[in-house]
Design a protein around this ligand. Sequence first.
Ligand SMILES: [Zn+2]
Length: 326
Amino acid sequence: MSPTLRASVYVSAPAPFLGPDGKPLGQWSAISSALIYSEHEAVLVDTAITEAQNVALADWIEQTVPTKRLAYIYITHGHADHWLGIGYLKKRFPGVKAVATKGTIDHMREQIQPELWNSTYGVRFPGQIDTNFVLAEPLPPNGEFTLEGHVLQAVEVGHSDTHDSTILWVPSIKLAVCGDVVYGDVHQQLRYAKTKAQRDEWIQAIEKVEALGPETVVPGHKKAGEVDGTWNLQASKEYIRAFEECFSKAKDATEMYELMMGSERFSTRFNPSVLKYSYLEKTTRFTSLKLEKADLALKVTTIGKLTYVAFEGRLEEVADEVDHYL
Ligand SMILES: [Zn+2]
């Protein structure tokens, strides 16, 4: 076995994105990509979204490991903001193999269904994304691959910010690269953890990471400069629990925002607009869904594991509890 592995983390800066009306809607939270390397080879975990972001990521890889071969790109989960750079990186690093679990690959395929794509990333980042999509290839069922003799392990942890989430576990250096199972100082995206059961499952997913005994924990969204401490595990669980508590107390999105942001624990997190949106998903939109169910029944569509309805000109995921009304 070659010498001890090492790792570095690149953070793609927040990217402005547009709403369905073509007007600026906000900043996409910064995305982290971890690079794990041995004597001659390296593995990247997750990419960024836009072509410009992925060019900068590739430049950084070249600067960080100029003499090593990029052997693999591992994708933690199906959300497109973590894998749209595969095609470009394959051109920059010929021979690199993109890998993921079957659950992640199925989800990737869903994300680019034209109907869904055209109401999500297609409108958010027009002309900025390479749409010659390249998906990952499936890992063997045990989720293992190696980097010069060091085992790297895909660990399936269930639902976190989406279904079929995984982390990459590197036992020899006790490194957990967590995708969106764990966040840094950034508001957690709870709009896809729509039910209490899914939010509880997210907490259990974090506990599965804790049970591995990591010494370094890389969050999928973080601020540049943050150290990847194990405290991210506890903080991510606290955030979900606080969200649950505030959600049960708040009368409306504004009060929800004030309750969460009033806490010193969360007031420094980047992108508080995520918080408001997570709340609105569970109240205004769902109430509307119930009120308009007869009409909406005509617009329901299922892509892969998820059900969507047309809402304000775009497709929105529907929770199990709302499926009941449709
Ligand atoms: Zn995600």
